[in-house]
Ligand binder design. Structure first.
Ligand code: ZN
Ligand code: FE
Length: 254
């Protein structure tokens, strides 16, 4: 059993503390900031075995060095980012399986937002940490890769079992919802989420985790083959990937 604690960092970042009860192994995903992460680690377990980074951006790795120094943790990240993830000890390869305590995860390579972005898929627990690739109702900006890469990366995630829970790197759900509603206005599943999302945000509660199945019904970036969305963009005959690129461009300026 893997226990997951959501840690709020900076304005809208999420770091995640993972605790494997049987083996007492403690890990953290994307320590965005030393202070809030250290506070919870200190209170809960006072140890940290592993630090896992989805990608090299500062708002996902800034806690790395200080946490490593304090708790003598091992830092894991993509082999592609071995020169830019601070303090990295273990370079992970695509599709590699890695064991933390009794639980193991698979490395899913999801380039696009950055060249070396990876997601951590805990198959038995039905959980995935998607960093800045897949958000609830959205996806990350394409900074280093191509739209094609991002599209393919999202398709990999889309094909996971529908009851897989997504834990992403940021709380962007409300803004993402507004964008989805703009071009997928007839989507009943989407409309049903409006009140729930507003109340979660109002009470400063996270809108995650969310399931792959739910995202497939509501996240416009996973729905690029929907005729009604193509029509809303005046691109009825465009390919799924062309729709994705169009939506990504529109979202960048939304
Ligand atoms: Zn990022
Ligand atoms: Fe980020």
């Amino acid at each position: 059993m893997l226990n997951i604690e959501i840690i709020h960092c900076r304005d809208d970042n999420y770091s995640y503390l993972l605790y494997d009860k049987e083996t007492n192994i403690v890990s953290i995903i994307d320590p965005s900031d030393f202070g809030p992460c250290d506070k919870i680690i200190n209170e809960k377990h006072n140890k940290l075995d592993y630090i896992l980074n989805t990608h090299h951006h500062f708002d996902h790795v800034e806690g790395n060095q200080k946490l490593k120094e304090k708790y003598k943790s091992k830092i894991l990240g993509s082999e592609i980012d071995k020169d830019r993830i601070p303090g990295i000890d273990i370079a992970l390869k695509e599709k590699e399986n890695f064991k933390i305590g009794n639980t193991s995860f698979e490395v899913i390579f999801v380039p696009g937002h950055t060249k070396g972005h990876i997601a951590f898929y805990f198959k038995n627990e039905k959980i995935i940490f998607t960093g800045d690739t897949l958000f609830s109702l959205g996806c990350g900006r394409v900074f280093e890769g191509t739209n094609e890469q991002m599209f393919n990366s999202l398709n990999k995630l889309k094909n996971l079992p529908i009851d897989t829970k997504i834990y992403c790197g940021h709380e962007y759900t409300k803004k993402n919802l507004e964008f989805c509603l703009e071009y997928d206005s007839k989507n009943e599943f989407l409309k049903k989420k409006i009140n729930w999302i507003s109340s979660r945000i109002k009470s400063k509660s996270p809108t995650i985790p969310i399931s792959i199945g739910e995202e497939k019904k509501t996240n416009i970036f996973l729905r690029c083959n929907e005729p009604s969305i193509k029509n809303a963009l005046n691109l009825d005959n465009a390919s799924e990937q062309e729709i994705f690129s169009k939506l990504r461009d529109l979202k960048d300026n939304f």
